[in-house]
Design a binder for this molecule. Structure first.
Ligand code: NAD
Length: 479
């Protein structure tokens, strides 16, 4: 994105839009403005919802296979725009270009897998109550679905919502993060002339615009973001009896047992902790290591962190991009200070970085904190940055107790050479996703789901996602 022209507040564009800017986005590595956007007014929100309602009528009248064929064509267009999309993402979110491209590739693989699930999703016939009777369970689209997304995965998170919702026959209104709307707008524009008008709409703006949409007459809400925002949305949805899926934060632990190949475990942990500068809900943020390996893990991680290359995402050498927003950088700095004040030791990093080639950039040094205190902020708070906490344990019981000592329950991993410990961990780790002997990267066909404060309702990605976007009907036909 080179020219920050003013982008519209809604797609499709409302007829009376004047072109006045509502907010700007900045390249977090270079500090320059890269986008200007209109923020939707109350009238534009109402207009968009009415357009989506009409779009739902036309879109839901198609068969599932017709919809999936059109969505497959849309995914093809998105793929052909990979370079431009990756540029949008890197310029607004900050992640290295290679990571942006990898995100688009993963999003497309998941989306294509979802179309396969959607083509086969539907009713079930059960034995009737009398000869000649049929009992069928049918599913129908819900109507107009609201999708609200955060700034860390500007393509993956929207597609995880749009594809299953649309494939099930719903119209969707997407409200992307006000920090990263460019990629979302490109996705929605790529659907133009493939889908009926209104089947896929986009509304730009910050939390106030999103809150207005939440309180409007929509039929389901799929939200990914922070716990405080999730609570607000859940409260309104509960009052209105609107079904809601909340994908929230994490404080993800990895247990490192006395493994023979510690290096392999540390490599996987470093990858899972520092991609996207640690701004991933599934980032590993706590390493719970057997006391016998504590020193070697501290040394091995410190060395790996020193090998990361912080820099602007468009620099091909960069492996650690900037923090996306000033507010997030301030939060990371505050939490690392709080951890130190509470007794954690900074083994490496711990401060903001000023880079000669990007002096305005929002960089934070890759950081390793050591604490054995499960109450320390380094053990409890979602820092959402390039910060890893190292904690030692002495027994299997203690390792599992420490891993579960968090309000969050998104993902976890264990590295062990013992099958009995692996089996016990898969049964006792209190997270929606559990990985044995690899990092926390989820597969393209498995539920992406959290428990406890990490999520409410159905997750995304796996086949159960389609249940969230459809209503269930028990139909009895007497013979
Ligand atoms: P956020 O909650 O601040 O914002 C997310 C979205 O909600 C944005 O589009 C924002 O405009 C909107 N919003 C803000 N106030 C709102 C309100 N009152 N009502 C409705 N919508 C409102 O989160 P963020 O800072 O953009 O993202 C970071 C958080 O997202 C982290 O906590 C991270 O763990 C979480 N996250 C979770 C997952 C997951 O799948 N579990 C994935 C990515 C990010």
């Amino acid at each position: 994105m080179s020219t920050p022209r003013v982008e519209p507040p809604v797609l499709p564009v409302a007829a009376d839009w004047t072109g006045s800017a509502g907010f700007e986005t900045r390249d977090p590595a270079l500090g320059k403005i890269v986008g200007r956007y209109g923020a939707a007014s109350a009238a534009e929100v109402a207009h968009t919802l009415a357009t989506a309602r009409r779009g739902f009528g036309a879109w839901s009248a198609k068969t599932a296979n017709q919809r999936c064929d059109l969505l497959a064509a849309w995914l093809g267009r998105i793929e052909s725009e990979t370079d431009a999309l990756a540029g949008d993402m890197t310029d607004e979110q900050g992640k290295p270009l290679a990571e942006s491209k990898a995100e688009i590739g993963k999003a497309l693989r998941e989306a294509r897998q979802m179309l396969g699930f959607a083509r086969a999703h539907g009713g079930q016939t059960l034995p009737g109550r009398a000869p000649g009777w049929t009992n069928t369970i049918q599913r129908r689209p819900r109507g107009v679905v609201l999708a609200i997304t955060p700034w860390n995965f500007p393509v993956l998170t929207p597609l995880r919502k749009l594809v299953p919702a649309l494939a099930s026959g719903n119209a969707v209104v997407l409200k992307p993060s006000e920090y990263t709307p460019a990629a979302a707008m490109r996705l929605v524009r790529a659907a133009h002339d493939l889908l009926p008008e209104g089947a896929l709409c986009l509304v730009n703006g910050a939390g106030d615009v999103a809150a207005r949409l939440v309180a409007s007459g929509i039929d389901a809400i799929s939200f990914t973001g922070s716990v405080p925002t999730g609570r607000k949305i859940g409260a309104v949805a509960g009052a209105n009896l609107v079904p809601v899926s909340l994908e929230l934060g994490g404080k993800n632990a990895v247990i490192v047992d006395k493994v023979a190949n510690l290096d392999a475990a540390l490599d996987a942990i470093t990858g899972a902790a520092f991609q996207c500068a640690g701004q991933r809900c599934t980032s590993i943020s706590r390493v719970i290591v057997h006391a016998d390996h504590h020193e070697a893990a501290a040394e091995g991680l410190t060395r790996r962190l020193s090998e990361l290359k912080p820099g602007p995402g468009r620099n091909p050498q960069t492996t650690l991009g900037p923090i996306t927003t000033q507010a997030q950088l301030d939060k990371i700095t505050r939490l690392v200070r709080a951890a130190e004040l509470d007794g954690a030791t900074v083994l490496t990093g711990g401060t903001r970085l000023t880079l000669p080639d990007a002096p305005e950039g929002l960089f934070f040094a890759p950081t390793l904190l050591a604490t054995d205190d499960a109450e320390n902020p380094a053990s409890t708070e979602e820092i959402f940055g390039p910060v890893l906490t190292l904690t030692r344990y002495h027994s299997d019981d203690e390792a599992l107790r420490l891993a579960n000592a968090t309000v969050f329950g998104l993902t976890s991993a264990i590295f062990t050479d013992r099958l009995d410990f692996a089996n016990r961990a898969t049964a006792e780790l209190q997270t929606g996703m559990i990985h044995v002997n690899h990092g926390t990267a989820p597969d393209d066909n498995m539920p992406f789901v959290g428990i406890k404060a990490s999520g409410l309702g159905t997750g995304s990605v796996g086949p159960s996602t389609l249940d969230f976007y459809t209503t269930e009907h028990a139909v009895y036909v007497a013979g």
